[in-house]
Design a protein around this ligand. Structure first.
Ligand code: TNX
Length: 549
């Protein structure tokens, strides 16, 4: 009796605490800025708990996604029904419509708030997800019972077809739950690609059945460096570190990402960055008689041997492993690394030198190209195309390979001029493992200075390419997050926010719509509250630290 009374009493109190009617967030706060917003000053659509989500059959998973996101954000629990003649009636709807007539571009959507309904039109998963993200930005970030969304018509599509964020899970590994959260961060910002850096000198993070020692040995390092790798003397934490994602976990992530319109690019980094591999299988190294450790420090390039030897066992290994991984990931592109392959270990190795002679290769750069083309061939047999870091251009390479350029404009121009499609990922300003302030007390980063305005003002297409009408070779850009000095989820968030939000506008919005002052206004009114809603950390001093400091 008493408990029933308390229950009724608390329910009454709770419903008083939930505002009955709340106005929507301003359409001027949508980030990244849409292509076209037409405000129709006439009326509004009221969405309360009695409204229905109605979806065309292509968008069932996105209807569930909207339902879940809306409920978490506002407490409104709307039922979702397929768009069939016998669907239950409601006075207001959020309609998810498949439309390949008015929607004439990939990843495009329109969002119309008018009459009794909110209608999102798209012809692909990406477009629908982005329309949903925009709509969610029109709802308040708090529990409500009813929202009035002012009439509006939004037409929106991306400036670039490749919009990526990378995460290194080798130097530090993050649980599947966080990988999903990271994918949610990407989807909110209308990115479409998650580049998953899965192997490196310090570990192997994906389950492989054909070479089990990759998981029993390569996935684990004895200990980890403390502080910066240039500190003297080097100190280590004495704690074994490692792990790997099982195939089931990877499939779970793939499914999660696909509902959100995110493609995943897995990276297996060869023929350098292979110290963890040769620790398990020394016969693949230039010194098969050596016992290698899985690296415990950072910055191995030219300092410690981490390259594969060109021998039959190595190519057998590459073919088997790349095919096994290719079977897991359903996407068109596969990243084979190719960065920072030190040539000195090949120079010092008679077997590598003999291989170069026997195969009429020019030199060690030619050998690097040989590795890339072998792997590209294995993957082509699986219907995949390859992406590599720009160093793979050092030799002559077939132009079907997509280049991910972490150098500057110069390397991007070279790659495009040679007829390669290019993803721009220049260290300056798109390495988010670099500092975002010059405050000596800022959290440890690798080096560099990439403040928020430098990211916001980044233009992916070099002027020289535009002048020569080669700009279409630049398909987009990506920020990289190497995690040598990023050991926690909170630090990941601190390093990416708000720089990732700035990059989203570079990649999505028309260049002429960009405005840094307005962007900072939106950060304060809408985006920082969103980070807070996510309980995500972010770097707060972006006003103070600018490129001219
Ligand atoms: C270079 S960029 C690397 C990574 C490091 C990074 C640190 C690239 C393709 N390779 O292995 O983590 O620098 O910023």
């Amino acid at each position: 009796m008493r408990s029933t009374f308390i229950r009724i009493f608390t329910t009454a109190l709770l419903s008083l605490a939930i505002p009955f009617l709340t106005t929507a967030q301003s359409v001027d706060d949508i980030t990244p800025r849409p292509v076209e917003v037409i405000k129709e000053a006439r009326g509004h659509v009221t969405i309360d708990g009695k409204a229905h989500i109605v979806f065309d059959k292509q968008f069932g998973a996105q209807a569930d996604f909207l339902k879940e996101m809306l409920s978490a954000q506002t407490g409104l629990n709307l039922p979702a029904y397929p768009n069939t003649p016998d669907k239950p009636k409601a006075s207001h709807h959020i309609r998810l419509v498949f439309d390949n007539k008015t929607i004439d571009k990939a990843e495009m959507y329109t969002l119309t708030v008018s009459g009794k309904d909110v209608t999102i039109r798209a012809k692909d998963t990406g477009g629908m997800v982005y329309g949903i993200q925009t709509l969610l930005q029109l709802f308040p970030l708090k529990q409500v019972r009813e929202v009035k969304i002012p009439d509006v018509h939004i037409k929106d599509y991306p400036r670039f077809s490749y919009r990526g964020m990378h995460l290194d899970v080798v130097r530090h590994m993050f649980p599947v739950e966080f990988i999903k959260k990271y994918i949610d961060y990407l989807a909110f910002h209308k990115f479409n690609t998650f580049h998953w850096h899965l192997t490196d000198d310090q570990g192997w993070r994906i389950e492989i059945e054909s070479y089990p020692k990759l998981n029993t040995i390569s996935s684990w390092r004895k200990e980890t460096l403390i502080g910066h790798f240039k500190d003297e003397p080097a100190r280590y934490d004495g704690t074994r570190y490692g792990g790997y994602y099982t195939k089931d976990e990877i499939l779970e992530v793939i499914n999660y990402a696909s509902v959100r319109g995110i493609n995943i690019i897995p990276e297996i980094d060869i023929p350098g960055h292979s110290r963890a591999t040769i620790a398990a299988y020394p016969e693949l190294s230039t010194r098969p008689d050596t016992t290698w450790n899985v690296a415990t420090t950072w910055g191995m390039y030219n300092r410690q041997n981490n390259v594969l030897q060109p021998n039959p066992a190595t190519f057998q290994f590459l073919e088997t492993v790349f095919k096994e991984v290719a079977d897991l990931f359903p996407y068109e592109y596969f990243h084979l690394g190719g960065d920072e392959t030190s040539k000195k270990w090949w120079k010092a190795d008679p077997v590598s030198q003999q291989f170069i002679k026997d195969h009429n290769l020019k030199d060690e750069k030619g050998l690097q190209t040989y590795f890339v083309e072998q792997v590209a061939g294995y993957l082509a047999a699986k219907g995949k195309k390859v992406i590599g870091w720009h160093e793979i251009l050092e030799g002559d390479l077939s132009t079907s390979t997509l280049i991910m350029n972490w150098g500057g404009e110069k390397e991007g121009i070279t790659a495009a001029t040679r007829g390669h499609q290019v993803i721009m990922a220049p260290g300056k300003p798109l390495y988010f493992d670099h500092y975002q302030s010059k405050d000596p007390n800022d959290s440890l980063a690798i080096h560099g200075y990439n403040p928020l305005d430098a990211v916001y003002n980044f233009e992916p297409i070099p002027a020289a390419l535009r002048e020569r009408k080669l700009d279409h070779y630049i398909i987009g850009a990506q920020a990289n997050l190497w995690t040598e000095y990023i050991g926690s989820e909170a630090k990941v968030e601190y390093m990416v926010f708000p720089r990732m939000t700035a990059l989203s506008e570079v990649l999505w919005s028309p260049a002429e719509k960009k405005n840094f002052t307005d962007f900072k206004r939106r950060l304060n009114t809408a985006i920082i509250p969103r980070y807070t809603f996510w309980k995500a950390k972010y770097f707060p001093n972006f006003e103070q630290w600018t490129a001219d400091k």
